[in-house]
Design a protein around this ligand. Structure first.
Ligand code: GTP
Ligand code: MG
Length: 135
């Protein structure tokens, strides 16, 4: 089995979609290994989104992710990384399939409700960043 780092972003928390996201994770057959409601400090946000440094939307993205509470989760199961990316849908919510979280609940590329790690390397790095004490 495999672990992935999931975030319900400030738009998802603000719109009351935490239960909806967790419900979809559970219905898919994945399980929760860690869960915490928190506000994101600037340095954590910078490390989390380091790959996007220098892009036009980087500052705006950091502002957005630090603008309110997020729910951070470690999600576990067979092929959890790919499975959650499928639940989330494409980055641009207007291109995401109906039935995916982004496809069903968003229209704006930045404000796309959830984050999910995109590879085993990203998952390991992000889980260590968000849950350093998790065994
Ligand atoms: P994450 O799971 O959040 O990492 O999304 P992703 O892997 O589907 O997309 P990516 O890592 O390429 O981008 C990270 C986040 O930056 C996206 O989820 C969006 O919130 C935001 N983002 C991506 N592209 C754009 C863009 O063109 N404009 C803006 N404003 N935000 C963007
Ligand atoms: Mg990404």
């Amino acid at each position: 089995s495999e672990r992935t780092l999931v975030l319900v972003k400030p738009d998802g928390v603000g719109r009351g979609l935490v239960g909806e996201v967790i419900s979809r994770i559970e219905r898919k057959g994945l399980t929760l290994a860690a869960l915490e409601l928190r506000t994101v400090k600037r340095d954590i946000a910078e490390q989390h989104y380091a790959e996007h440094q220098g892009k036009g939307f980087y500052e705006s993205l950091l502002e957005f992710i630090t603008s309110g509470q997020v729910v951070a989760l470690v999600v576990e199961g067979e092929r959890a990384i790919e499975a959650f990316r499928q639940l989330a849908g494409a980055t641009d919510p207007v291109k995401a399939n109906n039935g995916s979280i982004r496809g069903d609940f968003a229209t704006v590329v930045q404000n796309n409700i959830v984050h999910g790690s995109d590879s085993p390397e990203s998952a390991a790095r992000e889980i260590k960043l968000w849950f350093p004490d998790l065994g």
